[in-house]
Design a protein around this ligand. Sequence first.
Ligand code: 5GP
Ligand code: MN
Ligand code: MN
Length: 329
Amino acid sequence: EQWDAAVAAIRALGGAAPIQLICHVSPDGDALGSMLGFALGLRRLGHTRVRATFPGEFSIPTPYSAMPGLDLLVPEADAYPEPDLVLVFDVAAESRLGGLAALVAAAPVSVVLDHHASNTGFGTIRLVDPRAAATSVLAEQLIERLGVPLDTEIAECFYVALATDTGSFKFDATTVAVHELAARLIATGLRPGDISRRIFDTRPFGAMKLAGEVLGRAVLEPAAAGGRGLVWTYATLADLARHDQPPYVLDTLIDPVRSVAEADVTVLVKQVSEGEWAVSLRSKGAVDVSRLAISQGGGGHRLAAGFTGYGEPGDVVDTVRRLLDDYLN
Ligand code: 5GP
Ligand code: MN
Ligand code: MN
């Protein structure tokens, strides 16, 4: 079935112009890396009318501001209005496409490359594999089928995507095949140390101070639900403003929280606007947090998921506690 989808995608890409590539709102390393690597591949194939975009505010997180292919990235408003074909990267649900959902729905062909178990099934040609460690794994397979040789630029995009979505090759999805792909990417001449330093180990002083505050107010509930430990904290827009930091600096802040030994489930509640919060959930394995997230209209993976919550941070955590109780009973 996957093979048929790849064949269909290759056939559809053949004469298509223009081609619009899209990834999810607030793009992470996998969203940007899989999309830009694929966009560069299309350019190598001779496609000249290729643009990449994502919904919402056009700001690129500093860790990704040196990624190859950024010259193909345009603000949402400059997307091709009537593309022959759209390619959608790392998007679990149309709700993650913001204002671009209509463009995807109207396109004659939409090719969806994704690896979320919660993928809702949109799109006309679907390359969706929840076993894939990153969307870039699927993007690289399709690039290879198209006959594009890997070069350092395409490889860097896919490597950034792979490294971010595997937590630096730490998560369960880090298989032999993932390391083999990483090896092929590195063999093009990448310097993994330089890339890791840039995307994981560089941040402004203000971001560190902000992290100190957010981590400092974390609460541990050793037996929150069914004896399962819960650790949670939150960050407000005022916290960001006080340290003059953009919201994406909170994206990796769940990692030190999830390392707490006494907790099975981790919650980071990040303010989006007055009364609206982006909720990140992590599990050590006993709880499938994607099920909790899906029940709230969100999605994700078994051990990492998210949803939009409302009210105060305490209200959001109450909701999670209740969901955990339901889940464990
Ligand atoms: P994070 O907590 O790092 O933002 O997201 C963890 C995982 O959950 C990612 O795979 C992400 O796609 C998914 N996720 C986070 N928030 C949402 C949401 O509001 N809706 C959906 N569908 N997925 C989400
Ligand atoms: Mn993503
Ligand atoms: Mn991903």
